[in-house]
Design a protein around this ligand. Structure first.
Ligand code: HEM
Length: 255
């Protein structure tokens, strides 16, 4: 195999990989290597599945012996694009996807942290209220409706109401929007579930004033919401890992 033929072959594979990527399947030719002594050529791909790599080779009409997964523990590979050497993991589209996954993960963690804040704020308020009553304060409808800061821990109620009606719903909504850009399987589903549980939580919070038993569901739903948010964060974390170190994403067919 001549140098020119190798370059032509790489170009052909690169074009077919580009076509497949345009269809939404992640497959990139990172490196082509020819070992003249053995008369063997190696191609290093970043791809979503072995099937994508096989399809590229078939489309490029390049006979291949086998497709083997390669494990990479650190970003040591280099590929050349427009004459500039660049790290394969620095490719703009892979970087962009990873950024969106990081955003998704952070938002999911923020939702979980806000649920923790909500429970702390509520216990802070209730504890302050109990102390105030034991010290002689009188809690009646007039005090509740006045929303006056008769004891400092009333702040807990104010924080709970504000975070619960505005900040958590907004964070969950942004989480859902970001989920459409993450390309992590299940990300949209879990973000939608988080938003649904937030809607249920707010509804139960308000209904609890008239039907106290619903307060119990409000507490239980908070745990469901916390768990769903943590699961979503873990989902994105695994997704980020798969883009950077998952062996499935690094496939090397031998031609
Ligand atoms: C373990 C966590 C939580 C506990 C223990 C808790 C507890 C409570 C309690 C006791 C109330 C009634 C307050 C009152 O009568 O003034 C309440 C109301 C409320 N909660 Fe929660 N909650 C929790 C989490 C959440 C979360 C995560 C959200 C939002 C997604 C939320 C949103 C609300 C809303 C909107 C109200 C009604 C506020 C109002 O009437 O001004 N809560 N919560």
């Amino acid at each position: 195999m001549t140098d020119e033929l190798l370059r032509e072959t790489a170009h052909k594979i690169g074009c077919c990989a580009g076509e497949l990527s345009a269809e939404g399947r992640t497959v990139d030719l990172l490196l082509t290597l020819f070992v003249p002594e053995d008369e063997v050529a190696f191609c290093l791909f970043a791809a979503g599945s072995p099937a994508s790599v096989a399809q590229v080779c078939r489309q490029a009409e390049i006979p291949f012996h086998r497709i083997a997964e390669a494990i990479e523990s650190a970003a040591t590979g280099r590929c050349v694009e427009n004459g500039d050497a660049m790290d394969p993991l620095d490719q703009p589209h892979l970087k962009g996807e990873n950024h969106m996954k990081a955003v998704y993960k952070i938002l999911a963690i923020v939702v979980a942290a806000q649920v923790v804040l909500q429970s702390m704020a509520m216990v802070y308020a209730v504890a302050g209220q109990g102390k105030w009553v034991l010290e002689g304060g009188v809690l009646d409808a007039a005090v509740i409706e006045s929303r006056a800061f008769v004891f400092p821990e009333v702040l807990g109620y104010a924080v709970h109401g504000m975070v619960g009606t505005m900040i958590i719903p907004l964070t969950a909504l942004i989480l859902l929007i970001s989920s459409f850009f993450t390309k992590v399987p299940g990300a949209v589903k879990w973000a939608a579930l988080v938003l649904l549980l937030v809607a249920a939580q707010v509804t139960l919070g308000f209904l609890g004033h008239d039907i106290p038993a619903l307060g119990a569901l409000h507490g239980f739903n908070a745990l469901l919401l916390f768990s769903a948010a943590i699961y979503a964060a873990r989902l994105a974390r695994n997704g980020v890992a798969s883009q950077t170190a998952d062996p499935d994403a690094r496939l090397a067919p031998r031609t």
